[in-house]
Design a protein. Sequence first.
Length: 594
Amino acid sequence: MDSANTELSQDTFLVGIGASPGVAIGEVYLVERSRVRAVERRIPASEVASEIASFHEAVAQAKHQLKDVKEQVADHAVSEHLYILDAHLLILEDEMLLRETIKGIERDLLNAQGALKRALARFRDVFEHMEDDYLRARQWDVETVGERIMRNLTGTRQTSLQEIDRPVILLAHDLSPADTLQMDREKIIAFVTDVGGRTSHTAILARSLGIPAVVGLETVTTLIPPGSQVVVDGGNGTLIVNPEEETLQEYRGRQSLYRDLEAQLGAYRELPAQSLDGERIGLFCNLELPDEIDLVRRHGAEGIGLFRTEFLFMRRNTPPDEEEQFRIYRQAVEGMAPHPVTLRTLDVGGDKFVPEFNLSDEANPAMGLRAVRFSLRERRLFRQQLRAMLRASAFGNARILFPMITGVCEWRQCREILDEVRQELVAEGAPMADKVPAGVMIETPAAALIADLLAHEADFFSVGTNDLIQYCLAVDRGNEHVAYLYDPTHPAILRALLNIGAAARDAGIPACVCGEMASEPLYALVLLALGFNELSMHASGIPHVKRLLRQAYRHEADELLSQLLSFTTSREVASHLEESMAKRFPEIFSPKPI
Ligand code: PEP
Ligand code: MG
């Protein structure tokens, strides 16, 4: 990053990672999002009374804050939100939390922060062993309330995104996928963060929601005073602080060019996705929220290649039950019929944190209890989800996809459970499609290496390049410090994809790419030549990829791939690819300067 001194002068350009395209110009609004750190220390007996008083004060403050929020949202919030606030107020009245903390101060001579931290840890332990799902879900409430008291004790304030009442550019150290889900597009016109990578789920959601974003700016929150005027160019990852009039004009020009291009690309909606010599490729959409179906149709998608169902479990207190899931899946399947809808089973873990599942304490969450590993442990939840999916299959063309498979045994376990659930539903007389294809997500190096074995048993493949690249190259997809190593053109990635494409072709099964690589026109021909016949991406990526495919011949793709496979380093691959594509499609890759 081009860093600047604390007094940022006019027109300071900072460069991070372009996470979601689009240009926004506006005022920055700083939000505090890092988790508050409690400092635990022993206290002399003489400080007991004052620590207890501080604790009571922090609890009283929390009550005021919650009542204020309740008043603010009362007019427009759905009743569920008010109910949550009431539940949190009740926890503040709860004797147990208060007593446990005060006991820690009096008996163990801990400061209030330390005593509260320990009390919360004890609660966590108790909740974890509860059988009752409803009670277990209450743990999240206690944690949230505990965090609020802790903030008051430590004097750290957290801004709620709902407090924002005018269009701003959000500036934060980090934003969770759950934060992004809550963004009101009218108020948050763009966001920039210190941390993050292009394929983190926060970035993926920003693209789905059409919010321009730059991530990985490292120390940006410490550099820009709140209220400063900035320009965000999410396409190339640039942030311009205190822009001069000339710069503003240039970016206003880019903004309208960008809008014009989007409008022109609308013309591609009804056209088939096929090369000049007639090779068809399925262009599908990735879906995070069920209410995006209209958007998907508007962009001319021929199906949903990936429904990230875990987002249905975020931003709420209790997981959606079978009926609610069924309604949502049915809506998607029915809404897209006769096109396919690929329902992926829960992929929690990694950066997708669902509070009530309590996965937060893993030292290495990306390699921990994630995706089908979690589902295979939480069988009841897994079966419930599969029931809802199979029931929804009666209303159109559904496929079921299992994430993060690492071996044939794991795949067979998933498939067996799916078969059992089907039998159960047959016995109940529930209507279902006769055949619901079940697919494997290829996103671990192990799955890529045994793609031939998996292809014999699966009905289709879907390649999650976001994770495949992360795990193959050992690069955390959300870490800005190693983002320079995150490289789809690495020869290891090309070879892994070659192996997967060949295995699918030999077994005669469809193969899709649903990672972010699929949305970049730069890689479209390479993926076609590698043997993938479906590409799935965020809705607004579809016309861009379609435009390119419609101007290309299949044999060019094959020639390009064989040249790329002859190189030794990713630098050679990347520069040859970029040069060839820019030469062949100048209006796409080297647009005229404004
Ligand atoms: C992937 O890993 O490429 C993928 C599509 O799944 P997710 O981004 O949700 O991990
Ligand atoms: Mg993945």
